[in-house]
Design a protein around this ligand. Sequence first.
Ligand code: C2O
Ligand code: CU
Ligand code: CU
Length: 573
Amino acid sequence: MTRSIIPSLVLLITLVTAKAQNPLYIPDTLNGPIYNLTVAYSSKVFFPPNVTDTYGMNGDILAPVLLMNKGDSITLNVINDLNISTTMHWHGFHISAANDGGPHQVIDPGTTWSPSFKVRNDAATYWFHPHLHENTELQVTKGLAGMIIIRDSIESTYDLPRTYGVDDIPLIVQSKSFDAFYQLASFNSYDSTILINGTIDPYVEVPSQVIRLRLLATASSRSFLFGLEGDLPFYQIATDGGLLDQPVSMTRLRLSTGERAEILIDLSALQGQSIFLKSFASELEDGIIGGPVAGVSDTLPGYYSNPLNGNDYNLLRLDVVAPTTNPVTSIPSSFAPLNPWNEADVDVSRDMVFTLDTNTLFASPVEGPFLINNAPFDMDSINVTCFLDEVEIWRLINQTELAHPFHIHDIQFYVLDVNGNPPAPGQHGQKDVVLVMPGDTVRFITQFERFAHPTDPYMFHCHILHHEDEGMMGHFLVIDTNAVSVPEIMGTQQISVSPNPSSDIISIGSGRFDSVQTLEVEVYNILGQKVQSYLHTPDNLQVSFDVSKLQAGLYTVVVRSINKQYSGKFLKI
Ligand code: C2O
Ligand code: CU
Ligand code: CU
């Protein structure tokens, strides 16, 4: 655990001059069906003449923006040219666990990982980033992250800005710490430099018409409260996983790390003028990292020496120039209705309780480490087993002093309520990250559709990167109960197990064991760990045994005779 922060090495680069002076970098785009991404060491000059070491994908920092269409079958070749392992996770995507790029799909140095899948998500703004166990923060800090834009046939029917880099602008919003040697560092409290698409103090020329900004908040821990200078209203049109049912007019939009939103701004009256996109961080509620009060009883070391914390600051200067030839000039009045699941259809409700890990020697109420349901993350144990096609409600209960952005892989969800009240305007669309305030209970509803696997898990975790790295994360499996009899151990003969599912006594291989030798019976969980074993003496040709003490889940029973091995699967309920 790297909790040792060395403040003397930290150089605080303040933004108080507020003079935007660098043209906003607009990332190149890549189109499918094959995307090649080379992850490599690079460098960039942020503070001339000093050279900062970075990690980048096909460039010096960040990655090209990946353009995809819903329904496309695509292949991504992720080439790891680093000399450390990495992974690449498609954040927000509904894909199989094997393609998800979580901590289990390690890409060794010098190798290429090539997931192939169909794009199934609705049109919206997604992203990708490494997810290596205990190393996510380091690799994202050094520069690895990128945006994905998915389009679909519904979104394309609306009169919306969609000329990339002209009236449809990607904004990857980050804050970073630079040390005394101008190197990127994981000093959480000292992330005093804002980078938008890797650009410090950026400006961008935008046409005098309705423009669309795709906001992706990806600081390690900081949340942003987006707004326009002079409180000019704007319209939120999309959440993490799709369009809203109608544009929502607002002057502030809060995004925590991992969240996305798309907004429209009508600049038609502002030609020749400039207006700042800002973070009104002085207005963030207590408990949010980046606001005036991070922890309630304590605060992060160095927190108040970071000029971004609790103060309003500029993010991007919009210089309004002449309109384009076919401008979008009005805000659409509505989009397609949303389709949240119905609470009446819920099969399972679960609680996820966030607490401070008080078993750790140096636990601090603001620095953590934090836990979900008291279980530190363990690569080898499954925390939650879900069943294919079931509708679930998850209750996120935050018993800590800090706000935590909770994220879950594979699915999009709808927030049902926050402490029993409806979610804030603009938060009622499809989401994969939700910020849970201290003391709050947030309920969301979702369904685990299409992808199931008996051993490949998905992740859920806090998206504050060092909380995730320190164990505020868990695994879940989605299991298809119709597939439980398929043998997966090579070289074994399949035997029947009955009844299946079972809660107490099962019998296996009825009539099969006609010889009179002793049999070794072993029961393995889905991770391949032996959970029960004993010797069966041939008093009966049928092997039966008690599984009532096993936790619910999928198991493999293996029966070994002197020269044969048999196996079968059963579900313990
Ligand atoms: Cu953005 Cu588990 O990740
Ligand atoms: Cu994710
Ligand atoms: Cu957290």
